[in-house]
Design a protein around this ligand. Structure first.
Ligand SMILES: NC(=O)CC[C@H](N)C(=O)O
Length: 389
C-alpha cells in the first residue's frame, strides 16, 4: 500500500536534523533535497508561517515552529513579507495532508522546493524546543537522504562547521540593490481596515532586510516611502530632504553594520525624526553609544508581553530577535520606554535630545497582534511636529 505521505509529497525522502551538541532528530524531508545549516531557533507563533519564512530577518536561521500543524493554509501571493523565502530551513512536527484556503496558490512543500529550502517534518519539536530553551540557540543542520548513518554524519559535520551569527553582517546580503519607492497600503490590498491618506511626509527607509508590512503601515499613514540600500550612507538620504528616517529590521549581528550605525548617528544629529524597529532599534542604540549582546535563545513569537514604562500599560507583541540592547549601557541622553515582561530585557528607548525612538519587537505584526501599531502614529506626529514647529 502507498504510504499516505506519498500522496501529498510525492516520493518520501528522509531527513536528519543535527544540533552542534550532537543531538539528532530523524524525520521526513518536506522541502528541497540537499543540505542546509544555520542557527536553530524556535518560534512560538500559532499562525503566520508564510510571513515568518519570508521575513529576511531569519536569514541564516533554521526555524522550528512549536505549533504542531504547519501548512494547513498553504501559501498565497499576498502574505509574503518579502518576495522570497529567507529562512535557512524549516523544522515542524506535522505537515497536514490537505491544505485549504481560498487564497492559496501553492502548498507549503511546493513553495519550499521552488525556493530550494531544505525542511524536515515528523520530529519531536517539543523536545527540540526544550533543548534550545535550556542550552540556548545553537547551530544546526538539516540534510536529506535515505542512508541514515551517512546523512547523520553529514548533518553533524555541517552543524559544527556553521560559524554562528555572532559578528555576522547579513543586512548587506539581503538589502535591495537599488533604491525604490514603496506604494502599497493595507487599504489597497482590500483587507478591510486602514484608510488611504494622500502622502504628507517623505520617509527614507534603510532596508536592512525590511518586512513589507512596515512599509505598508507607513504608506497607509500618509508617507511617501523611499527605500534605500543598507549601505547607502547618510548623504543619499539627506539628498532626498526627508521628513523622517526609518531604520528597518534585518538579519544577523547589528555590531558589524558600521555603515548603518554611522548613517543613523549622522541623521539623528541633524534632528531628523528617526524610528527604528528590531535590527533598526539595535543600530540606533549602537549609534547612541550603547552596546548589544547575544541573547540565550532570543525572542521569537507572537504573544510576548511588553510594558510601556511611562504608562504601565502592557501590550502583547510580536517578537523576533536573538540580539538585544544592554539597557545598562544606554547613555544619559536616552530613556527606556519599553521592557519585556518575559525577561526584563530592553524593548524600546527614546532619545531625550532628538526626535528619535525605537522598538525591539515588531509593531507591524505580520504575524502577530497589532497592540503596538500606535508606534507608527507616534512617528507620524513626530514628523508633523517638526514640520509645524
Ligand atoms: N527581526 C530583526 O530585525 C532581528 C534583529 C537581529 N538580527 C536579531 O536577531 O536580534
Amino acid at each position: 500500500m502507498k504510504h499516505p505521505l506519498r500522496h501529498a509529497l510525492g516520493d518520501v525522502q528522509h531527513a536528519i536534523l543535527a544540533l552542534a551538541d550532537g543531538t539528532l532528530f530523524q524525520g521526513v524531508s518536506i522541502g528541497a533535497a540537499g543540505a542546509t545549516s544555520g542557527e536553530v531557533v524556535f518560534n512560538t507563533a500559532m499562525t503566520g508561517y508564510q510571513e515568518i519564512l519570508s521575513d529576511p530577518s531569519y536569514s541564516r536561521q533554521i526555524v522550528t515552529l512549536t505549533y504542531p500543524h504547519i501548512g494547513n493554509t498553504g501559501i498565497n501571493t499576498e502574505d509574503g513579507e518579502s518576495p522570497r523565502l529567507h529562512a535557512a530551513g524549516l523544522v515542524i512536527k506535522d505537515l497536514p495532508l490537505l491544505m485549504s484556503n481560498f487564497r492559496a496558490t501553492q502548498t507549503l512543500p511546493e513553495w519550499l522546493r521552488e525556493q530550494d529550502v531544505v525542511a524536515i517534518a515528523g520530529i519531536d519539536t517539543r523536545k527540540l524546543t526544550r533543548i534550545l530553551r535550556e542550552k540556548g540557540a545553537q547551530n544546526g543542520a538539516i540534510v536529506t537522504g535515505d542512508d541514515a548513518v551517512k546523512v547523520a554524519e553529514a548533518a553533524l559535520e555541517r552543524a559544527r562547521a556553521f560559524p554562528g551569527l555572532n559578528g555576522m553582517d547579513l543586512a548587506r546580503t539581503v538589502t535591495t540593490k537599488e533604491a525604490f519607492e514603496w506604494r502599497e497600503t493595507e487599504w489597497m490590498l482590500g483587507r478591510g481596515f486602514g484608510q488611504q491618506h494622500a502622502p504628507r511626509f517623505h520617509v527614507v527607509a534603510y532596508d536592512f532586510g525590511v518586512k513589507a508590512n512596515i512599509l505598508r503601515m507607513l504608506a497607509e499613514r500618509g508617507c511617501k516611502v523611499t527605500v534605500l540600500p543598507a549601505e547607502a550612507g547618510a548623504q543619499a538620504a539627506l539628498a532626498l530632504q526627508p521628513d523622517g528616517i526609518f531604520l528597518s529590521n534585518g538579519p544577523g549581528d547589528p555590531g558589524p553594520c558600521d555603515y548603518a550605525i554611522t548613517a543613523a548617528r549622522e541623521l539623528m544629529d541633524k534632528g531628523i525624526p528617526t524610528f527604528g524597529i528590531c535590527l533598526g532599534h539595535q543600530i540606533m542604540a549602537l549609534a547612541c553609544g550603547a552596546r548589544t549582546i547575544k541573547m540565550k535563545f532570543g525572542h521569537h513569537g507572537a504573544n510576548h508581553p511588553v510594558q510601556d514604562v511611562a504608562t504601565g500599560e502592557v501590550m502583547i507583541t510580536s517578537q523576533n530577535h536573538g540580539f538585544a540592547v544592554d539597557a545598562s549601557t544606554l547613555p544619559a541622553n536616552c530613556a527606556v520606554t519599553h521592557v519585556s515582561l518575559f525577561d526584563g530585557s530592553l524593548q524600546g528607548f527614546m532619545r531625550l535630545d532628538r526626535p528619535a525612538f525605537c522598538f525591539q519587537g515588531h509593531p507591524e505584526a505580520s504575524p502577530g497582534p497589532h497592540d503596538l501599531a500606535p508606534l507608527f502614529d507616534k512617528f507620524i506626529s513626530m514628523m508633523g511636529d517638526r514640520q509645524h514647529g
